[in-house]
Ligand binder design. Structure first.
Ligand code: DQA
Length: 145
């Protein structure tokens, strides 16, 4: 299977950015862990980070016919982007939403996700482990369905 991994805005700053909330691993380190897990699970990953909503929408649209599923941390766009939600609904590819932090124990504006209703499920609060758990769940789902 082939999976598109999408990282939204400010996730390029991981390691520097509020390490008490997001952990000390850099995005490169997280991507390396994902690649290793992908190899173990015999999945091929394409990984994209963008700070731009439209670039993320384009990447989701381009996943059609290229990938079987999407793993996404949309960052702050989680709480604002109807466009990303609509793109996921449009391509109708199984999507797992992940967050490093537990968005439900933070500010109220982080409690709502536009992505959640179009995702198979969500993993939030386990730091970099959220990505690995999300990838495992997505690949398991793809193999079963
Ligand atoms: C985040 C949570 C979002 O609320 C925040 O805007 C982020 C990161 C997380 O992974 O915990 O950028 O998606």
């Amino acid at each position: 299977v082939s999976v598109l991994v999408l990282h939204g805005p400010n996730l390029n700053l991981l390691g520097l950015r509020e390490p008490g909330i997001y952990g000390s691993l850099t995005l490169d380190e997280i991507n390396h862990l994902l690649e290793q897990e992908g190899q173990t699970l015999q999945a091929k990953l394409s990984i994209i980070q963008s700070n731009h909503e439209g670039v993320l929408v384009d990447a989701i649209q381009n996943a059609l016919g290229q990938h079987q599923g999407i793993l996404i941390n949309a960052g702050a766009y989680t709480h604002t982007s109807v466009a990303i939600r609509d793109a996921i609904a449009a391509v109708n590819l199984p999507t797992v939403e992940v967050h490093l932090s537990n968005i439900y124990r933070r500010e109220a504006f982080r409690h709502h996700s536009y992505i959640a209703p179009v995702a198979i499920g969500q993993i939030s609060g386990f730091g970099s482990q959220s990505y690995l758990l999300g990838l495992q769940a997505l690949i398991h789902y793809l193999k079963e369905n």
